[in-house]
Ligand binder design. Structure first.
Ligand code: KG4
Ligand code: ZN
Length: 558
């Protein structure tokens, strides 16, 4: 809190609260009754109002809050957030007085190529979502082009937020929304900035706090969001335990940009068990799909998975069926052993080495696999791959239906997927062993990120979970990829623990009068920001270009 006084006003149909801070000193808190509004059409609004309390109750709550202890773990570790007891009171008031567990939090995500927004209740129900994808903008470039992404975020952000508010029936942000959560990293800084500026604008204009969110933490924690539909009668129900995934758990995040295994012991308590030393798995799927001339709009993963499946079903399975007829099953051989014999006899002639098998860690690597794909294309299809032209379609997709080469391409896709999935299985099994050997009993394995929608990967990870007698939780596909819900929810988890919340900067303050380029004063962008400390067994070295300008890990003391 700077020495300048900050004035903020919160009001609801029952009351208005005025809190004045000056140089970190709590000056005054005043309450006044106001008229009850009729129940509006929006269930949301109705729920919010009915969650309000009497003045006496509020006074009592306020007294209790004054006695809060300030030595809790987490507040200290995210230093600089609550500098005074009064600041904490102020922020907790902001939430408690706006509907308790039905308080609404707005989440904004712009770290890469999706402009996304959502409104989630403090108790974990999703009220509304809106998203604008940039797939069509980047698909011809072979990757996300930062300048185009930034421009697209700028064009979309107001509409996406507007749509989300409208769907939720929010007509007055100041009265109905308790806080705004926004991704501040990791991600493309010019893209992150678009979301952060929007969040700051809302925060300053309506006097609501901002919760800066770590993108990967959001991916992890979304596994704790309830998937049932929200409705206003929820307010009558007993407070339920939030979500599906309970702490502690192991999380595998697999997407085009992330590939990490985490021990998750609580909000802000993450240990990186392993991460990719080069490419993320989604990136490898995309590159392989492109090399094979597959459609890559929105990521090549789905097309590659389809082709690998085709090889399994159209090529391998009929051959296995034939082998089953040819090989006589001797009486003493079990069905399981017989199937193994069949599978050994009928194999994809193209096979790639599973990465890092000799390295007994949880690190990942997909660069070698990509090279193997390139070599196989050159060997079996006679195509020359120029890696300096990533957008080049080596095998033009126009030939796709011409069947020629199709089986070989499918065999390469199948070989790639087999090695990639086995690599994931190896690392996840080891991660679970490590965590168990630490004396931590994970409740489940959470698998998130765009690649988690791959059926082959799901099936094999379900098996790994079953081998370790734990559940495997896959958040629903639209919450696996980048989305606003995960950001709003991560904000709520942080608000619940009073971790890392920033007070609003009023629009007429110095910060807002400054030039455009100086406006990032309230919330610092962290384009490179590790989610936690590395496990000491994780000895992998990440490509140097990926570690420069790193922010301190989330959860470490500043
Ligand atoms: O999480 P996401 O939407 O965006 C980020 O990268 O942050 O993930 C997109 C990635 C792409 O690389 C895409 O090819 C991959 O997820 N993906 C898949 C599948 N669906 C999407 N990879 C393999 N199999 C799939 N079915
Ligand atoms: Zn992501």
């Amino acid at each position: 809190m700077s020495t300048a006084a900050v004035f903020a006003m919160y009001s609801s149909p029952f009351k208005s609260i005025v809190v004045l801070f000056s140089g970190g000193e709590f000056v005054r808190s005043r309450k006044a009754n106001s008229k009850r509004l009729p129940r509006g059409a929006a269930a949301l609004t109705a729920a919010r109002f009915s969650a309000s309390t009497t003045i006496e109750e509020e006074e009592e709550k306020e007294e209790q809050m004054k006695d809060l202890k300030f030595d809790q773990k987490g507040i200290v570790s995210d230093a600089g957030v609550y500098k005074t007891k009064e600041e904490k009171m102020f922020l907790q008031n902001a939430i408690q007085l706006k509907g308790g567990k039905n308080a609404l939090i707005l989440g904004i995500e712009t770290s890469c190529d999706d402009t996304a927004c959502a409104i989630v209740t403090k108790s974990g129900f999703v009220v509304s979502e809106a998203i604008k994808s940039q797939v069509s903008i980047h698909e011809n470039w072979g990757g996300v082009v930062p300048t185009l992404a930034k421009e697209a975020h700028q064009n979309a952000i107001d509409d996406v937020v507007e749509e989300c508010l409208r769907k939720a029936g929010v007509t007055d942000i100041g009265k109905q929304v308790s806080a705004v959560a926004v991704t501040v990293g990791p991600g493309l800084s010019m893209c992150l900035r678009v979301g952060v500026r929007k969040a700051q604008k809302i925060s300053g204009e309506y006097g609501i706090p901002i919760v800066p969110v770590h993108h990967m933490e959001a991916h992890c924690l979304v596994a704790r969001v309830k998937e049932e539909e929200w409705n206003s009668s929820r307010e009558e129900e007993e407070e339920e335990e939030n979500g599906v995934a309970k702490f502690p758990f192991v999380a595998l995040l697999v997407s085009g940009g992330h590939n990490v295994l985490l021990k998750v012991e609580g909000v802000g308590r993450y240990t990186i068990l392993g991460q990719t030393l080069d490419d993320a798995i989604g990136e490898a799927y995309d590159k392989t799909a492109r090399l094979l001339g597959l459609p890559v709009g929105g990521g090549g993963g789905p097309a590659l998975e389809k082709l690998a499946k085709e090889y399994e079903e159209i090529v391998l399975e009929p051959r296995r069926e034939q082998a089953r007829k040819e090989i006589e099953q001797e009486a003493h051989i079990t069905d399981e052993v017989f199937e193994k014999i069949v599978r050994k006899k009928v194999k994809n002639p193209i096979r790639f080495t599973v990465p890092l098998r000799k390295r007994k860690t949880c690190d990942f690597s997909f660069a070698g696999l990509k090279t193997n794909v390139r070599l196989a294309i050159e060997k079996h299809l006679g195509a020359v791959v120029d890696e300096s032209k990533p957008e080049q379609k080596v095998l033009p997709s126009e030939n796709w239906d011409g069947i020629e080469n199709r089986e070989t391409r499918a065999a390469i896709a199948h070989a790639f997927q087999t090695a990639a999935v086995t690599h994931l299985e190896d690392r996840v099994s080891r991660a679970l062993e490590w965590v168990e050997s630490d004396g931590v009993s994970p409740t489940c394995l959470v698998v998130a990120g765009g690649v988690a929608s791959n059926q082959k990967i799901r099936k094999s990870l379900l098996q790994i979970g079953s081998n370790h007698s734990i559940d495997v939780v896959f958040p629903k596909p639209s919450w696996c990829t980048d989305n606003g819900v995960m950001v709003a929810w991560a904000g709520i988890e942080r608000l619940n623990l009073a971790l890392g919340v920033e007070k609003p900067v009023p629009r007429n303050s110095e910060a807002f009068r400054k030039d455009e380029k100086d406006r990032d004063v309230q919330v610092r962008l962290k384009p490179r920001w590790p989610l936690g400390e590395m496990d000491e067994r994780a000895i992998g070295e990440v490509k140097s270009s990926k570690v420069s300008k790193m922010a301190r890990p989330l959860g470490s003391s500043d």
